[in-house]
Design a protein around this ligand. Sequence first.
Ligand code: ADP
Ligand code: MG
Length: 730
Amino acid sequence: MLTGRKKAIETVINREAVKPQLVGNRVPEYYGTNVFTEKVMREYLSEGAFKAIKEATRVGHKINREIADEIAASMKAWALKKGANSYTHWFQPLNGLTAEKHDMFFTLKGDEPIEAFGADALVQQEPDASSFPSGGIRATFEARGYTAWDPASPAFIMEIGEGKTLCIPTIFVSYTGEALDYKAPLLKSISFLEKAALPVVHLFDKDATKISVTLGWEQEYFLIDEALFYARPDLMATGRTLLGASSSKGQQLEDHYFGTIPERIYAFMLDLETECHKLGIPVRTRHNEVAPSQFECAPMFEEANVAVDHNQLLMDLMERVSRRHKLRVLIHEKPFAGINGSGKHNNWSLSTDTGKNLLSPGKTPKTNLLFLTFFVNVLKAVSEYGDLIRASIASANNDHRLGANEAPPAIISAFIGSYMTNILDEVEKRVAKGKYDELANASLKLDILNKVPDLLLDTTDRNRTSPFAFTGNKFEIRAVGSSANCASIMTVMNAIMGQQLLNFKAEVDKLIKEGESKEGAIMRRIRQYITDSRKICFEGDGYSAAWEKEAKKRGLSNVKTTPYALDFLIQQKFIDVFTQNGILSERESFARYEVENHKYVLKIDIEANTLTDIAISQIIPAALEYSNKLVSNIQGLKAVGISASATKAQKELLEEISTTVNAIKTNVDKLNKSLEDAHKQKSTADEAKFYCDKVKPIMDVLRVELDALESLVDDTIWPLPKYREMLFIK
Ligand code: ADP
Ligand code: MG
């Protein structure tokens, strides 16, 4: 019998690389051709409408009705010229994916067919909200939710095969105005932080009129052949392998990292890059990652809201482009046990419209004081709100990585490098706690603030074990999972940094009012924040047991599983930082808590059911088939008079397999029983904890038994593609 596995392997071996569909050799020739860019707008819009939309691309600005009509007309003209025949509001619901609902431009006016698209269609749509997670905000009797145009993100044309659709980035809110997506709070957090940062920048630079939040993400992913993917029900249903013995060759040799890229993969990457560039996603970097069949792609950084859209679009494009190449992309945080999983580093910074990166050291003591101010305020914000950061990166998938010695631990700390550590030490030592004496501290400025630029030379000293690292001109948040929507962590960073800057400005103003000089007030607050932030500063090995112990002494949380990390979301201090700054209402925070717990429950439930299904319907039958072979072999040998002692090995194997099969069946029953109990829990949060504490451990035991069978049973009978096949056949 030809099993699915064997057929799949044959298919893969005979596969040829699919030729990439290149549009040209030079990126500038086609970059952004599917985007309603400023250049296009200039061509299609009146001066007034162009200015209005330019204003509105600054997060938080509004557009009036007449202008919206004109913009809609020009978008339609552009889209029709590009060959699009439909449009959709494009949004980012809390299920973590992107969503679309297409409408055609075509309509009937009387009985005359026309193509229409006006302000109404541009500004608002009403998708049926009932099938998206809302955390109880949207009662079933009030299923209405609506999407509202976000002019801060450019519209674009998505090409799927021959079809072309105009996509309008939107936010998604309930009928009562509560956010049902990742994007609305992100936009609010950006405008809040920009407003909070400007007065602080004005302490140093009066010319700046706008602050921007910047984000550069790095997306890790796996690629495996489509035929092997389809032969694995666990990959299809859950995005990860729920069982599978480790391949004897894993990533020990580290020979994959930065190695040559195989031809089929390279063709995929070229196509992906072309699609990205047409959509104005500035991807630039591609390389192999540490694990076999793992890769990374990264763009140039952009304003955070646009970068978030682009990352969501990228994940969508990866999925489609991979199919064209008969590959499947795995964006799951942990597709394979025993080798590294995938993350998504978020590089985050702030900059001014005068061209200054606020987390990049300057050339003079004055600009360096500006840098130091923002730098230390980031540390203070993280030390106050580290638990909220932990909660915002929590997911069932990410639990497999955090603290598993391949990604940062679940402890939120900051790595700043030896140079910045020295500077902080000096400031703390030399700025007196009492009144600031400018004369006495003149040398500090000369010695310390003059020297900061040298630090740029020191950024090679990277500590990969830290969840939050200063890398010379930005902070790199490394604990984010590969499938996460970056908006979640970005919203938290913006909110806590904004809150911290408000506190800082108020405290500085108070000191100035009491007679302190401006510089003295700033230095004294910085000094205090350095002291306050010591507990999160850690330069050592984040994977070590010693750090866990030390972190505990420092009072840092070390919450390893999602349902417990999510509890931070509803602590008053963390609810407050959102409500007080207009980012999420209390109700919205509770709704998100509910949604995230529910997602956890669903994920583990699907995994558990898939695992029992595979165990009973695929693995046990294979084990029995092989047992029967052993039985006939033993009987046959006996029949021809071979002594009992000569069939010892067969009997031992048979015994081992039977025992394991029994253990598997027992644990499947146990698992099913615990799934029933899970549904009896009082709240979603309790249910999530039940899945975490009671259901998952049974799955872990079951997996060990299933994997043990894999190395006992005849390879030609084993039904599922093995790790070595998925990871190494290309
Ligand atoms: P790594 O060694 O981590 O791969 P890179 O130099 O490749 O570091 O940069 C990683 C990411 O940092 C890129 O996506 C880049 O766009 C981003 N980045 C650089 N400067 C900034 C900034 N000021 N703000 C946000 N992201 C930035
Ligand atoms: Mg990085």
